[in-house]
Structure formats: C-alpha cells, structure tokens
Write a protein that binds this ligand. Structure first.
Ligand code: DC
Length: 214
C-alpha cells in the first residue's frame, strides 16, 4: 500500500508523514531528502549547482538508501546534514532539472518496490505514485509556515527572511516544467494552518483506515 503526501515547503509534511508511518508500521520515504542529497553531493564535490550538467552528473553517480528512517548518501548517514540554509535554497533550484527528477524518481521506485510506504514530497501523488491507494495534500498559509519555522529555531533566521524564502520556494515549486506542485484531483486536501501535528496525523491515519474525517 502506498500513502502519498504532497504539499509546499514548511507545511509539516515530514514530521506528520513519519508519525503516520510509525503508527501504521510502514516504510517512510522523504523524497525531499533525495534532492537535498544531490545538492549536498554537488556542493561537497565542488561542482556548480547552477550548471545542469553538474547536477545530472552528481545525481547519476549518487548512491541513495533509506534505513530505519535515516537517509544514506554514498554509504554515509547524512540525515542531519541536509538542512543547511544553502541546501534549502539550492535544492529547490536543482530539483527543477527534469533529468535529475527522472533519476531521483527511478531510485525511489527501486527502493520502495513491493513495500508498504508513506512517501512525502511535491509530486508523490501526481507523478511518482499516481496509483497510490491514499493521497493527501497538506496546505497552510505562507505566514503560518514561516512562523512555525521561526519558532522551531528562533534566532537562526529572522521571520521576514524565512517568509521571503518560503514564498520564493513556493514560486519555484509551483512552476517547475516537470513535477510541479499540484493538487491531485483524487487527493484529500487538509489545511493544517490551525491544526497540530497530532491532529493532522490522526486525520490521515483515520482516512487510511477508512474512518470518515469530515
Ligand atoms: O521537502 P523539502 O523541503 O525537504 O525538499 C527539498 C527540495 O526538493 C524542495 O525545494 C523541493 C524539492 N522537492 C521536489 O521538487 N520534489 C519532491 N518530490 C520533493 C522535494
């Protein structure tokens, strides 16, 4: 069974998707980590993330794995190294490249073959798992997403800079020629603006179990 979740940056997808996968005993896959991993690799190898050929080379040669919810790149657990501000912004740009997207999608399919998976990202419900049994789209106002990010790490970046960056990433995500952020017609839309992580998780788990969430 596949539970696919999409939504914009900072909406709480990964925390909620992880919680849902624990609750349902399913494998959790955060597709954003693949784009972050490619970007990490580009920057570490001294390649140029603004050059499409460098991005494709870094993606092609990368070894990805997900074990116990941790993301491995070239055999190394890099889960805690992927949330640097330069990776936030560059991964958004690197992920526009259609060739990088197709390499990432192929690896995701290889890793999740014959598994029960909760996968989150921007195109899980539309491109990567169009036949997922359960699809969700999480949304929240940009100001609320920025406020949550600010409160998670107060003092690291000011609120206005975070909001500007969220709006910039939304713009890039929505306008990608391939894999752009869209609401699948068969996805359950959840506005998380005024819900806690636990409340959203409960809605998703109930929906997957066939209990009405209206
Ligand atoms: O979800 P995230 O912020 O960790 O994702 C990092 C970047 O990767 C983000 O800017 C958008 C991109 N991304 C994507 O294009 N498609 C996905 N399925 C997941 C993430």
């Amino acid at each position: 069974m596949i539970v696919a979740i999409d939504g914009p940056a900072g909406v709480g997808k990964s925390s909620i998707a992880k919680m849902v996968s624990d609750e349902l005993g399913m494998y959790y896959l955060n597709s954003g980590n693949f784009y972050r991993g490619v970007t990490y690799r580009i920057l570490n190898l001294g390649l140029d993330p603004a050059k499409p050929d460098d991005c494709v080379k870094a993606a092609k040669e990368a070894q990805f794995d997900v074990k116990d919810g941790r993301f491995y790149l070239d055999g190394e657990d890099v889960e805690d190294k992927l949330h640097h501000p330069s990776i936030d912004i560059w991964s958004s740009k690197v992920s526009v490249n259609p060739q990088v997207r197709s390499i990432v999608n192929e690896r995701i399919h290889d890793l999740t073959k014959r598994m029960d998976v909760v996968a989150d990202g921007r195109d899980m419900t539309t491109v990567v798992f169009p036949n997922a049994e359960h699809k969700f789209f999480f949304d929240a106002l940009p100001e609320i997403r920025a406020r949550r990010r600010y409160e998670q790490n107060p003092g690291v970046m000011d609120y206005d800079t975070i909001l500007k960056e969220i709006n910039e990433r939304d713009e890039i995500d929505r306008n990608k020629p391939v894999g752009g952020l869209k609401i699948a017609p068969d996805a359950v839309y959840i506005d998380t603006s005024y819900l806690t992580i636990n409340e959203v998780c409960e809605k998703v788990v109930k929906a997957v179990k066939g209990i009405s969430i209206k």
